[in-house]
Ligand binder design. Structure first.
Ligand SMILES: Cc1ncc(COP(=O)(O)O)c(C=O)c1O
Length: 651
């Protein structure tokens, strides 16, 4: 209540709390707090604060009239800027009419009610369309949301707490037009430019500059559609074009038109995938996709859940393995448990540490197993670590192998690791977030030889297969309902057992989420469009391009491979002319360490391409080129090397 009072009647005066507005004080930095933010001169009531009008009127009658803007005065934002539209759209808040006048339903009162400036008659429809033809189309759409509707219904106006309840308060026609215009921009500025190498990958601006270019401030009054469309253009202009053929920065890139359309559909339908009653199609789609992924892993049966990422899948798996190890943890919690230990390689994704800390296992209880020179876990070292943990009296429960490590793209030897897991009774989870897509390729699926022996697998089709972020599945070999047993909370308001349909399709209780996106759908539509052979072709082509790049690197002076890649991660140094004659030693490596960040800065400021670099386990900064997108061609590989040479020629 206090929020309301302080926000609506401010005009430079402090309003004392009354009995009606007793309540917790407004937090000091709350945007509606008058005491802390005396600049605010108007505002809208947060829903559920008790309704604005009556309260506000009572307040008005009890005090002297408050000064407000003059009729039709230029409306100013809290910062003093003249706002679009010129006249005060929030006249209602500045000059509230008497309750009687509003309840009486006179046209003036209604104009006030719907936010039309007082003293201005509603614009007749014919005049509005004339204006529309003369270029004022967008502003016209916004003139008084639902004004016409409201006026038509004024005779039957129903007011509750001063809020008119007749008809919707959204102008859907204007909204539809806005969507249409915005889609045109998306089509022209993102989709049609996705293949154009003459476009920049990024339009780099430093944060402070970008803040000045973009109008980020959110104000009390909404912006015009024209302004919003301009903002959309700005957002696109200054965002990184990850669908550009020269975006090689991360483990995702490119554009897939089918998964994009699937995303448009799901964004428009806005479903939540937990019960069959609200997501019948998407639940069946998810079931089908999970079944197919399980087939590729080589399990006869299994279970799974799409979730917000490989990191989350790894966390799911860690918790599931622990639940299998000690099911009572679900009710009893951590107390009384032995010291649980898990094993993963030194090259694992950092989400392993995060998961261990988040789940209360502790990062010290993640035992990192040594890798060979290619970044693969050494099975003998794993065996030693398990023995060590046992000797220490701790309780080993899980091994997390990686199929496709993040930096080097290495694949752990799954068969040998599975032997050790079987011997010690440990859950085997395979983080195939990056490398899982190789399963689709008959040529490259051998990289994951032995994956069928895993208990769980994390696989992100949003990486190599371009299904669009986020599209990630945790797949589990168990088919006895372990996932559900581990995660279910049996919320009675959602998962009623006496529904009129087969409630086994209400799969949401397997998830740690409540609302969940239909991420399987984009993968499904893409798979439908390309067929398995189309997906396979993508994987084969990405790996063939990576091979081409490797051979080119070997041929060119100044380029040096870190190692022969197994997958699509091509890691290399560029040694600029001035370093080529230097002796190998600390000074050389220090200077080389500085090359990649400088080249990266130059490529981003030019906008010509984006490529990642990092130091890694004792090695100085090197480039990591990741080939994914089917838009990328041999020419782009050549360009990449030429561009590095060009950007570093003076170094
Ligand atoms: C091997 C591996 N696992 C897990 C992840 C995390 O996946 P996400 O970004 O979907 O959380 C990554 C990300 O690159 C990865 O490379």
């Amino acid at each position: 209540m206090r929020v309301l009072q302080q926000s609506f009647f401010t005009s430079g005066r402090k309003v004392k709390p009354t009995e009606t507005n007793s309540g917790p004080p407004t937090p000091p930095n709350h945007p509606f707090s008058f005491y802390q933010n005396p600049k605010i001169t108007h505002g809208t009531a947060p829903l559920g604060t008790g309704g604005g009008f009556r309260l506000r009127h009572r307040r008005l009658r009890a005090t002297a009239p408050l000064p407000g803007p003059k009729r039709g005065a230029r409306h100013r934002s809290p910062e003093g800027r003249s706002l679009p539209g010129g006249r005060c759209p929030a006249a209602i808040f500045c000059h509230p009419p008497s309750e009687k006048a509003v309840a009486g339903g006179g046209p003036a009162a209604l104009r006030v009610l719907i936010g039309e400036p007082r003293g201005q008659a509603p614009v007749p429809a014919a005049a509005r369309s004339r204006r529309a033809r003369h270029g004022g189309r967008l502003e016209e759409m916004e003139v008084g949301i639902c004004k016409q509707d409201m006026l038509q219904k004024k005779k039957n106006a129903v007011l509750v707490d001063g809020v008119i309840l007749n008809g919707p308060i959204m102008d859907s026609k204007a909204g539809e037009k806005f969507v249409e215009e915005a889609c045109k921009i998306i089509m022209e500025e993102v989709i049609q430019k996705a293949n154009d190498v003459t476009e920049k990958v990024c339009e780099w601006r430093a944060p402070e500059t970008l803040k000045k270019i973009l109008d980020l401030e959110m104000r009390d009054t909404g912006e015009s559609h024209q302004k919003l469309l301009q903002l959309c253009q700005d957002v696109i202009q200054y965002s990184v074009k990850t669908s550009h053929p020269r975006f090689f920065n991360q483990l995702y890139a490119g554009i897939d038109y089918y998964s994009l359309v699937a995303r448009f559909i799901t964004e428009a339908l806005n479903p939540s995938v937990y019960t069959y009653e609200v997501s019948p199609v998407f639940l069946l789609v998810e079931e089908t996709v999970i079944k197919k992924m399980i087939e590729f892993i080589g399990w006869e049966e299994g279970d799974g859940i799409f979730n917000p990422g490989g990191s989350v899948s790894n966390m799911y798996a860690m918790n599931l393995a622990r639940y299998k190890f000690c099911p009572e943890i679900k009710e009893k919690g951590l107390s009384g448990l032995p010291r649980l230990v898990l094993f993963t390689s030194e090259e694992c994704h950092y989400s392993m540490k995060k998961a261990a800390s988040f789940l209360g296992i502790g990062t010290e209880n993640v035992y990192f197993v040594k890798t060979d020179e290619r970044g693969k876990m050494i099975p003998e070292e794993l065996e030693k670590q398990v023995q060590r943990a046992r000797k220490e009296g701790s309780a080993p429960f899980l091994v997390c192998a990686t199929a496709g490590t993040t930096v080097l793209g290495a694949f752990d030897p799954l068969d040998e690791i599975a032997d050790i897991c079987e011997k010690h009774g440990l859950w085997l989870h395979v983080d195939a977030s990056w490398g899982g897509s190789a399963l689709i390729s008959r040529k490259h699926c051998r990289l994951l030889c032995g994956i069928h022996r895993a208990d769980s697998v994390a696989w992100n089709p949003h990486k190599m297969l371009l299904a669009g972020i986020q599209c990630c599945a945790l797949l589990v070999k168990d088919n006895s309902g372990l996932l559900k047993k581990c995660y279910s909370a049996k919320a009675a308001y959602l998962f009623q057992q006496d529904k009129f349909y087969d409630v086994s399709y209400d799969t949401g209780d397997k998830s740690i989420q409540c609302s969940r996106r239909p991420d399987a759908f984009k993968f499904w539509l893409m798979w439908k469009a390309l067929g398995t052979t189309g997906l396979e072709e993508r994987v084969n082509r990405a790996l063939a391009l990576a091979r081409y790049l490797v051979e080119e690197i070997k041929k060119r002076e100044g380029f040096q491979l870190l190692l022969e890649p197994e997958y699509a991660n091509v890691c290399f140094w560029y040694i600029p002319p001035s370093l080529r004659k230097m002796e190998d030693g600390p000074e050389f490596w220090q200077k080389l360490h500085e090359v990649a960040p400088i080249v990266k800065e130059r490529m981003m400021k030019k906008g010509s391409m984006m490529l990642g670099y990092q130091p890694h386990r004792g090695k100085v900064n090197f480039f990591r080129q990741v080939v994914i997108s089917p838009q990328v061609s041999r020419e782009d590989m050549d360009f990449l090397l030429d561009e590095i040479e060009l950007l570093a020629k003076d170094l």
